[in-house]
Design a protein around this ligand. Structure first.
Ligand code: ACO
Length: 207
């Protein structure tokens, strides 16, 4: 029987949220190309902001204004990542962008945040023999702040302006305007105007 020519590629399966194999040659080469760009990014001179900005804009699907991603920064493909405006990421941001990753305006990342869209089957044979993998999109809405060492899992949305405590593992959606923390990450409380007053009382203004 003749082979069908309209079978989706592994890339098409991956971005459609279906099972795929990351060992596919097209995907392997795409990751290798990304690593070459990131190697250059991560070894720039600290003062060479212009080169880092150029490399980032060539790598990402889209990038707004005023983005500062401290090296080292790692991702799988780059062209699945959208950054809004005014984003700061501290050292060691890792994004497994096998599905779309959308970061809104004014999002802050503490050091060593991991955003993992990719996952594997729980079943051993599917995971190792079949080598199946799948990925689900992740969205971090505008103004969210993720503390150090936060891990965000496949399919999660973190709501606007919410704060995720250091070391949290986020496995479910987090609503807007809350402090959430822990393993697994749960809402601790809502953020209110009292937070502003309490901050000023404790630390004052920056002049
Ligand atoms: C962009 C950058 O580079 S950021 C620099 C890196 N800095 C960080 O990563 C620091 C991040 N900060 C935190 O994680 C802080 O703990 C915050 C912001 C979540 C604290 O928020 P607050 O609402 O002030 O929390 P508060 O200290 O009042 O604690 C509320 C409760 O949540 C718990 N909690 C707070 N943080 C965490 C956390 N990371 N993990 C688990 N539980 C936590 C507290 O133990 C407390 O529980 P309790 O009521 O049972 O005692």
């Amino acid at each position: 029987m003749p082979m069908s020519t309209d079978e989706p590629t592994q890339w098409q399966r991956m971005v459609a949220g279906r099972s795929y194999r990351s060992t596919d040659p097209e995907l392997t080469e795409a990751r290798a190309a990304t690593k070459r760009i990131l190697h250059e990014y991560n070894t720039t001179h600290p003062d060479d902001e212009a080169t880092r900005d150029r490399l980032l804009r060539g790598l990402l699907k889209s990038a707004g204004e005023m983005i500062w991603i401290e090296p080292p920064f790692r991702c799988d493909y780059g062209n699945q990542i959208t950054f809004g405006n005014g984003i700061f990421a501290n050292y060691d941001l890792s994004i497994l962008d096998c599905a779309p990753v959308t970061i809104g305006d004014m999002v802050l990342f503490g050091p060593r945040v991991t955003i993992a869209t990719a996952s594997h089957p729980i079943d051993f044979v599917q995971r190792t023999g079949d080598m199946y993998e799948y990925a689900e999109p992740i969205t971090i809405e505008e103004g969210a702040w993720l503390g150090a060492h936060v891990v965000v899992g496949p399919g999660v949305t973190i709501g606007a302006r919410s704060v995720i405590g250091a070391g949290s593992i986020v496995t479910r959606d987090i609503p807007p305007d809350v402090v959430a923390a822990g393993v697994p990450c749960k809402v601790v409380r809502e953020i209110t105007e009292q937070d502003r007053d309490a901050y000023l009382a404790a630390y004052g203004t920056a002049g």
